[in-house]
Design a protein around this ligand. Structure first.
Ligand SMILES: [Zn+2]
Length: 398
């Protein structure tokens, strides 16, 4: 099946019918595009900004830090941190859940950003042996190996909020930018509802314990805190993009100029987009899996945003999509080594998660070139004699 000719697409942004939460109206326009009209026309952004000012003031100076900023080092969290410090002069605690695949340029960007802004930073990297098992398990069950990352990135900063009694958390981009789990009219909070609605892929940490045969405490970094603990500290967890109009291109230009933030190449993405998802070694495989399952990749996602913002026409987008989406990324070799499966097994798993009516033809897929920094990515798997999970379970009393 050819994704360009055989999938129905939004008559405006060209996102296909296999996109999560998508619906088309009588004009063939998708619900995400309609959200953007609402964002541009119906929201009183100056009222929203005043709400945000009041929110910041109500937490200022009451705790060790005024808020937590969950931070990956990508364009959104970097902009959020810069904006908060410049606009409000607050004292944030930067909390980084390090998934273990941060690319060299992102690490450099982070050091530069932290030094220029002057912030306290807390970084946590979970046990690699656990992460490997979680990757394979969630790939098998959901066709998405990033469960550890989705859950850890959201759950871990909430745990830190509870532990350090810092009740306000400020995230960046709202999900209404590109899906319809929430609309711009709703007050989207990054809370347990959102966590269970789509972040954890429908698999709770308690279920994972049994699936990968781990102790409950091994799954703690991926567990959302108890509601009673969040209530006790009066937690509020919001997206900056719910209060100011989100514009990735403008925001990226700002962090480049003010912080010297540098973009990077990403597999399967045209060179015109050096700012999106540059953080992770495994991004190319993630986007490729999406293509295998849904018939579109990162390029379609990026061009749809430019179309909605009036910066690209649909024909140019379609041409870029055809040229860049759906290339087998060179990083797939490293991924297969990490999770210890064959390429055939990888395709068997991916193809068991296809979203109808899409049907990929895996025979004729062209290969993409490796990224310039791929030689620096860590290849370490596991020293079998010290498999931390197996050793420990063997040491348990019978
Ligand atoms: Zn659309």
């Amino acid at each position: 099946m050819n994704p360009i000719t055989d999938l129905r697409r939004c008559s405006r942004c060209a996102i296909p019918e296999t996109h999560e939460t998508i619906m088309f109206d009588a004009e063939g326009v998708c619900n995400v595009c309609r959200q953007h009209e609402f964002k541009k026309d119906a929201i009183d952004w100056s009222a929203r900004k005043r709400d945000f000012d009041a929110l910041i003031e109500s937490y200022r100076g009451k705790h060790s830090h005024d808020c937590i900023v969950p931070f990956s080092g990508g364009k959104d969290s970097t902009f959020t941190l810069l904006y908060l410090m410049r606009e409000y002069g607050i004292k944030p605690l930067v909390v980084q859940f390090d998934h273990g695949f941060l690319r060299p340029r992102t690490l450099e960007n982070n050091v530069r950003t932290f030094r220029k802004l002057g912030v306290d930073v807390l970084s946590f990297r979970p046990n690699w042996h656990v992460v490997r098992k979680l990757m394979l398990e969630s790939l098998r069950r959901k066709g998405d190996f990033c469960w550890h990352c989705h859950t850890g990135i959201f759950a871990y900063p909430m745990q830190i909020a509870v532990k350090f009694n810092i009740p306000l958390l400020i995230w960046g981009e709202p999900s209404a930018e590109y899906t319809s789990y929430y609309g711009y009219g709703e007050q989207e909070e990054v809370d347990e509802r959102r966590f269970n609605r789509f972040v954890n892929l429908g698999i709770a940490a308690e279920d994972m314990e049994g699936m990968i045969v781990a102790e409950p405490r091994d799954l703690d970094p991926f567990r959302y805190p108890a509601l009673k603990d969040l209530r006790r500290i009066g937690a509020r967890s919001v997206c900056l993009g719910s209060y100011i109009p989100w514009d990735v291109r403008q925001q990226t230009a700002l962090i480049e100029q003010e912080l010297g933030w540098q973009g990077d190449r990403v597999e399967g993405v045209p060179g015109e987009y050096p700012y999106e998802k540059i953080e992770c070694y495994m991004q190319g495989v993630r986007d490729y899996l999406k293509f295998l399952k849904r018939g579109y990749g990162r390029t379609a996602h990026l061009t749809s945003i430019d179309i909605r913002n009036g910066r690209m026409d649909r024909a140019t987008a379609m041409k870029l999509i055809e040229e860049h989406d759906g290339r087998r990324p060179a990083s797939l070799d490293l991924f297969l080594k990490y999770v210890d499966i064959s390429e055939d097994e990888f395709y068997d798993i991916a193809l068991s998660h296809i979203v109808a009516p899409w049907k990929p033809d895996v025979g004729g897929i062209p290969h993409g070139a490796p990224l310039p920094d791929a030689g620096e990515w860590d290849q370490t798997v596991t020293l079998v004699a010290v498999d931390s999970l197996r050793k420990r379970s063997a040491a348990q009393p019978q």
